[in-house]
Design a binder for this molecule. Structure first.
Ligand SMILES: C[S@@+](CC[C@H](N)C(=O)[O-])C[C@H]1O[C@@H](n2cnc3c(N)ncnc32)[C@H](O)[C@@H]1O
Length: 191
């Protein structure tokens, strides 16, 4: 079985077990991942954080773009998916943490991210969890950092605008379903 098919099956199994946690039946397409990462300077980043890494659709492309001395901290709550990530990417720049995005600050310590890549299914989370994670995002970025967020609806856009002075939106129409891509910055003059 090729890797793409195996990933789709793993993903579908994770969705069947916990649909609200996974929030999609397919991993993000390569095209949407590229559209998303094109909205930030990944090669210039020292620290990239990924939330909801799944089977690694974004992880592989982030590693391909990252500098040799940069680091990627990837959080994934599902232990089976976190194990897939650890086994797949033999790259010393990557640290996979099996934990909720709610606890990101504990794993970051005093560090802050240049780029945060987030594929969490915010619209299927219970409101308290959604609010806690979204509210934490500005505080985990460096002042010139950017949070890239992919969603399958524009519903969280107003919450993002409440949290970030600059929110740019793009649509990646060929993803299934079409994806809304947000680039959120702490300063209006960036990007
Ligand atoms: C829509 S999938 C995206 C997976 C992958 N990044 C992609 O784009 O194909 C959402 C992922 O977030 C994970 N997840 C859900 N809630 C989480 C949480 N609180 N903390 C960390 N990961 C979480 C799910 O297990 C799932 O792998």
């Amino acid at each position: 079985m090729n890797q793409q098919l195996a990933d789709r099956l793993r993903f579908l199994r994770a969705f069947a077990t916990n649909p609200r946690q996974v929030g999609a039946i397919l991993p993000t397409s390569r095209l949407a991942v590229r559209d998303m990462l094109d909205m930030a300077d990944v090669p210039g980043a020292s620290l990239v954080v990924e939330l909801g890494a799944g089977t690694g659709s974004q992880t592989g492309e982030v590693l391909a773009r990252m500098a040799p001395d940069a680091r990627l901290l990837a959080l994934e709550i599902d232990p089976r998916l976190a194990k897939v990530l650890e086994e797949r990417f033999d790259d010393p720049r990557l640290q996979v943490v099996c934990d909720s995005a709610e606890n990101l600050r504990e794993h970051l310590g005093e560090e802050r991210a240049d780029v945060l890549v987030c594929a969490l299914p915010f619209t299927s989370f219970e409101p308290g969890l959604r609010r806690r994670i979204l509210d934490s995002l500005p505080g985990v970025l460096r002042p010139d950092g950017v949070a890239l967020i992919i969603q399958y609806s524009p519903l969280i856009q107003s919450e993002l605008r409440r949290l970030f002075p600059s929110v740019r939106r793009r649509i990646s129409p060929l993803n299934v379903p079409p994806a809304f891509l947000f680039a959120c910055r702490l300063r209006e003059d960036q990007g």
